[in-house]
Design a binder for this molecule. Sequence first.
Ligand code: ADP
Ligand SMILES: N[C@@H](CCOP(=O)(O)O)C(=O)O
Length: 344
Amino acid sequence: MNTPRKFRIKSPCSTANIGPGFDVLGISLSLYLTMDVEILKEGKVFEMTYSGEGAKDVPLTPEHNLITKTALYVLSANGISQLPQPLRIHVDNPIPLGRGLGSSGAAVVGGVLLGNALGQLNLSRDRLLDYCLMIERHPDNVAAALMGGFVASYLRELDPSAMKGVPASESLLDIALSQQVPQPPIGIGHYVNLGWAKEIKCIAIVPQFEVATAKARAVLPTSYERKDVVFNFQRLAVLTTALSQSPPDPELIYNAMQDKIHQPYRKTLIPGLPEVLSNITYQKYDGLLGICLSGAGPTILALATKNFDKIAEAAIALFKQHGDFECIYKVLDVVTDGSTCVDL
Ligand SMILES: Nc1ncnc2c1ncn2[C@@H]1O[C@H](COP(=O)(O)OP(=O)(O)O)[C@@H](O)[C@H]1O
Ligand SMILES: N[C@@H](CCOP(=O)(O)O)C(=O)O
């Protein structure tokens, strides 16, 4: 019989890319997916409830919900074929789905922490990242959500034998979880925490429609011209240090947040994107440091030190001229604690 236990998992939302750092940069932000978990002595075998964003659509069966599927994968890789029973999980999720704020990253990290806690596996934080990277194959969101703060990451190139069982795309969870799956190779991803000037806040301007990340990746070319790649490299290298400097330099940051690798191709999915990015400038808005697409969009990320409402309202007014959809905005802080699992 299980020993009754109660714990809470929290995983932050994240914004990825920050302009030129496509699939490299991520920042964890002050909006958390929270999961209250109880292993009971008696009761229903499995009960999952859910409040917040996606409450109408998110499936709540263990084999279909992204969080529990991920936990089942972690357990299966460690020789445990099912969730402990009876189990009760309540998810509260304020992170809008399919908006470019890393809702799937938070769910995957939360699911890996859930599997680790349910199986009492005591995996290290670096090992937890390996599991996350078997599911979400771009490291920017999950590295930031798991580790916290402003994070740069890369995936290690593995030799073909080590790649056995590593999914080419984000499809691992489609496999039958009833079979035991192999453990991920060790050290798939590497990351560093970058400095962040504490006066910089993140404004998320969120159009109220979804763009699935998979769809926004499918519109990208498979190869690029050298000049576009060099354009991004130059800015990426400067940006990582520029965002740590106090006081921040608006001209340096604004120009370092330009991108030629993903944003130009994603404009077809987001009406008004080029207009918002080109009209909200540091010369026009005091306090603005830079503006870009958040993750795969449609959310816009503006970095600023003041005039948050004015900047957000200007972006929303521009969106209004180009499409028939509502927008909301949130002023968020960079959070450094990452994802946590605490006994209650
Ligand atoms: N809390 C959650 N519980 C279950 N599934 C989720 C949760 N959050 C996100 N998802 C899944 O991830 C999808 C969104 O992922 P994605 O397209 O990568 O967008 P983003 O990560 O930018 O929000 C949702 O449609 C849903 O299938
Ligand atoms: N680097 C990825 C980031 C996707 O972030 P999401 O929050 O939209 O899932 C990309 O740009 O595709």
